[in-house]
Design a protein around this ligand. Structure first.
Ligand code: C2E
Ligand code: CA
Ligand code: CA
Ligand code: CA
Length: 279
């Protein structure tokens, strides 16, 4: 934190923003948390904007610390990215998600997909494709049911390497989603270069819809590009009926947000799936 001149105690608070420079103890706690199994996966429904049927789930990592409570991913993912623990956590998440989707499908009685966040470091790791193959083989999940969410930044660090890895992912049938679309690099050239299937419009462009004219223009431009390039679009952070109606009218395929379901533990997700069958 910057010096402001005011005396201020430096205490840990899970809601603190900014770089976690005083989080050495949090880092130590993370290694312990891995051993103790304190990490969990939550699942947030991705629904068809028109029918509201659940088509898939995004997996979101949660850390339930015995005394600190819920530590949000914005605090622990950057630390894991720095110390390399993300490779371990990410591999675990990928395997667990691929296993879980089979159980979800059993409840739903139809094929679903699972969307998993892949961090830049994980994507660059030379073990990544092995982890991917293991997750698919162990679970029996088909490659086409897997969507891997990466950011524009992940692609642009080393485009030559990225192209090779994405090619290998495509061979397995896994689809690539660009997460937080529009918030990173402004170049659209990579949409041409890489085999991308899904764009996820960042919540920053959705949260003030339909009133905010500029946000509306951006969303509608993204939907136009997606239509011409034959890409699917997921709008993130949809919280109101008005936002959903607006996006649906402009041809947005999928929405994900508190309106249609918060991130939830697997057993709650299964209850939601059961309900969905009869509505
Ligand atoms: P993200 O991938 O962009 O995930 C979407 C975030 O938006 C999630 O925050 C989700 O809970 C939140 N969200 C969804 N719908 C709404 C809504 O309607 N309103 C609001 N206000 N928020 C909504 P979460 O779970 O705290 O995750 C934050 C970020 O942490 C993720 O952003 C992702 O970058 C990272 N993350 C989470 N889990 C993983 C993981 O397993 N691996 C990696 N590498 N990163 C992860
Ligand atoms: Ca994501
Ligand atoms: Ca996102
Ligand atoms: Ca985001």
């Amino acid at each position: 934190a910057k010096e402001t001149g005011k005396a201020r105690a430096v205490t840990y608070s899970p809601s603190d923003q900014g770089p976690p420079e005083h989080d050495i103890s949090l880092e130590a706690a993370m290694f312990n948390a891995v051993r103790e199994g304190e990490f969990q996966l939550y699942y947030q429904p991705i629904v068809d904007a028109r029918s509201r049927t659940i088509e898939g789930f995004e997996t979101l990592m949660r850390w339930k610390h015995p005394t600190l409570g819920m530590v949000p991913p914005v605090r622990f993912i950057p630390i894991a990215e720095t110390n390399g623990l993300i490779n371990l956590l990410g591999a675990w998440a990928l395997k667990a998600a691929c296993m879980q989707i089979r159980q979800f499908e059993e409840v739903a009685g139809r094929e679903l997909y699972i969307s998993v966040n892949i961090s830049p470091r994980q994507f660059r790791s030379d073990k990544f494709l092995t982890v991917l193959d293991d997750a698919l083989a162990l679970s029996g999940t088909k490659g086409r049911q897997l969507v891997l969410e990466i950011t524009e930044g992940t692609l642009m660090v080393d485009p030559v390497h990225a192209e090779a890895v994405l090619g290998k992912m495509a061979e397995r049938g896994a689809r690539i989603a660009i997460d937080d679309f529009g918030t990173g690099y402004s170049s659209l050239a990579y949409l041409k270069r890489f085999p991308i299937s899904v764009l996820k419009i960042d919540r920053a462009f959705v949260k003030d819809l339909p009133q905010a004219a500029k946000d509306g223009a951006i969303c509608s431009a993204v939907l136009d590009i997606a239509r011409h390039l034959d890409l699917l679009v997921v709008a993130e952070g949809v919280e109101t009926e008005e936002q959903l109606a607006w996006l649906d009218n402009l041809g947005c395929h999928y929405v994900q947000g508190y309106l249609t379901g918060k991130p939830m533990p697997a057993h709650v997700a299964m209850a939601a799936l059961k309900e969905n069958l009869y509505t």
